[in-house]
Design a protein around this ligand. Sequence first.
Ligand code: SF4
Length: 830
Amino acid sequence: MQNLASDSRVVRVLERRASRVRARRDEAVNESASPIGRLSDIWGDRTPHGPDEPWPTRVDQNVMDGVSADDITWTRSACVLCSNGCGLDVGVSDGRIVGVRGHADDRVNHGRLGPKGLFGWQANQSPDRLTTPLVRRDGELRQATWDEAMELVVDRSRQVLEQHGPLAMGFYNSGQLFVEDYYTLAVMVRGGIGTPHLDGNTRLCTATSDAALKETFGSDGDPGALEDFDLCDTIFAVGHNMPETHSVMWTRVLDRLRGPQPPRIVVIDPRPTRIAAEAEVHLAVLPGTNVAVLNGIQRELIRCGAVDRQFVANHTIGFDELAARTADYDPEYVGEICGVPAEDIRRAARVIAESQRLVSTCLQGVYQSHQATAAACQVNNINLLRGMIGRPGCTVLQLNGQPTAQNTRETGADGDLTAMRNWQNPQHVASLAAVWNVEPSKIPAWGPSTHVMQMIRYAETGSIRFLWIIGTNPAVSLPELGRIRSILSQERLFVVVSDAFPNETTAYADVVFPVAMWGEKEGTFTNHDRTVHLSEKAVDPPGQARPDREIFADYAARLGLTDRDGEPLVPWTSAEQCFEAFKRATEGQTCDYTGMSYDRLRKGPVQWPCNVEHPDGTPRLYTDLWFHTTPDICEDYGHDLLTGAALDRKDFSALRADGRAILKSVPYKPAHEPPSDEYPLVFTSGRTVYQFHTRTKTGRTPELDAAAPEAWLEISPIDAEPRGIHEGDLVRVESRRGELQLRARLSGIRQGVVFAPFHYGYWDERDDGVANGSPTRAANELTITDWDPVSKQPVLKVAAVRVTLMPSEERCSTAPTATASAPVEEMSLR
Ligand code: SF4
């Protein structure tokens, strides 16, 4: 606990910083060019339409002032600041990016871009881009040549492999690379080095989406398409702040809401998000209670006869168990657990029961919460109970957060085996080994791949000695940051970081590789409805920065990784050659890319599977109601949702799903850290529309950063009043693991819950020496080391905290006002 003297020093520092950011925000907002207006008018003008009409086009554009349209050449790409993957062109003049414009003919966005898409490209030109390799000498990171840096990394790898073997090598990557980067990494690590310690930061974002799709349908891959929003009559959004996390998706929904026959909406979220404001029923449940409320809704659907009995009998298994397991979850019991009125649960179920075309969506309010996979599967169940899957306007969308998260999974750069193979199926492993021309035993498929929380534990205990961190920032994004910092700073751990910017994690690196970003390299990526875009190279990367794919290929060659004929394991020298190699790995698999080519993608995006049978791609999976649940095809044999116990082939075969979807049921269990007298509030975290992840890009985009320059704490007036807290007061938020010092925003968040955005770390406050050397800005200072038993996704949304008022000379707040973070008085004016 800090004393008052240090408190007031912290206050002064925070106040200086707040005044500086207010000035920056005013500067940005005073510019009158119309794209600037999109910072407050986040979703732009309405183009209403009904369910039988196509979504009208609206092309959004943002080009630097003073650049003439005649001087711009446009290069095809898509936005990489969320998983919607909106199609856009990158404008280039004089060898630098000068703007973007939406693609009118792209089915994902019909020309629209959100604030991040419109402004985020400026990060490429940030003056602090990493432009040369860095090597730590005498405690300092100093410039080095590529040869020096790469040889150091290769030497240390050889040493570790020789002394400790492949299990001492760990690789932790991203959801923001391209297919070609991920695939090269997966081949190098799984086919060459032979370690199972390879994961992506998609573990923090989409691991549960992946797991839930496999548990219910037998394989990854969202069944529906974004066009289903144009056709549905009901939207069920669970833990999904769509207006901020996927702003163009919400633009699409808003256009339906303002047109004829708008869809009805049911929302589960503890915060008053913009979609909640439009909902017929908003269930503001306590974080960690999703399974209880979803069991309650299923019970009501069964009780009121809303189950499509024929569909369930013909195309699912597990109904009797589900009905028995949910029978006790009557609305009164559920209401008590979740802290919502029983009648609202009945109303929510009624809206879903009356739907004819239902789209259900999930995001981090499910995936980063307690009983994550269990809850995501219950959402799948609801669409199945209603028989609403595999046809237009009817789908569940287990969404992604990051732009290329889907590719981490498809290429096998996370815990999956390349191209949605089942690591427990020897035939799948053998077929991959044949593609890579390595011995099947070389591929580490003797057990599940190591998830990042376990890799961190291995580093903590010393069995991992080499950790290569690629395009991710675990010193801000992993839970319980005090522990993460102490692990990354261990002397015995050799840390390599590939990134475009210096950040909180590069501070712990022994070697830093500068990388090329989006727009500076060629490659492909896939959004959450399986749409593949080609992103062309528009400009050269700065200095000596290189694409990740090239860095991995260089490393693999220097390390002497070969196939079983002694030929280079990574033979490709261009992105396109790598894409062709990846296509071969997908042949006949669920995510079949074999019908695509760079030339085909230059004409527009394509949804996989795309092959001889489906040369133009596949809008919807499971239209024949045959699911991937046979032992030979399924990507995973499944788990017990409560314990995470893995089923083997024998267990799975005994289910006799045989192409039917699996209705998995589970009892609700309370979260592991409930509120107490000492820590009486539930802390939860999330995103704002203006920032992305740990702000390495959006924090370097002046307009976006000015729109949300500083972290804040949302608290309900009911919880604020007895603590003497007013809007803009400085407050201390403490959990058993750390503390934050933030300005309070009195918002419409439910009573008993407080919220802070997770984007903010420390890279841009070092000049101020904020908080006297104590890290008090990153939400994950508070979070607990805990993960879902099935998806292994960390529980970042439920921690017990206390909040106290700190002494402060002034009240100020720079929290956004046009979003879920709006102050209570503005909310009532909406
Ligand atoms: S919705 Fe996502 S992909 Fe589309 S412009 Fe916004 S950040 Fe980019």
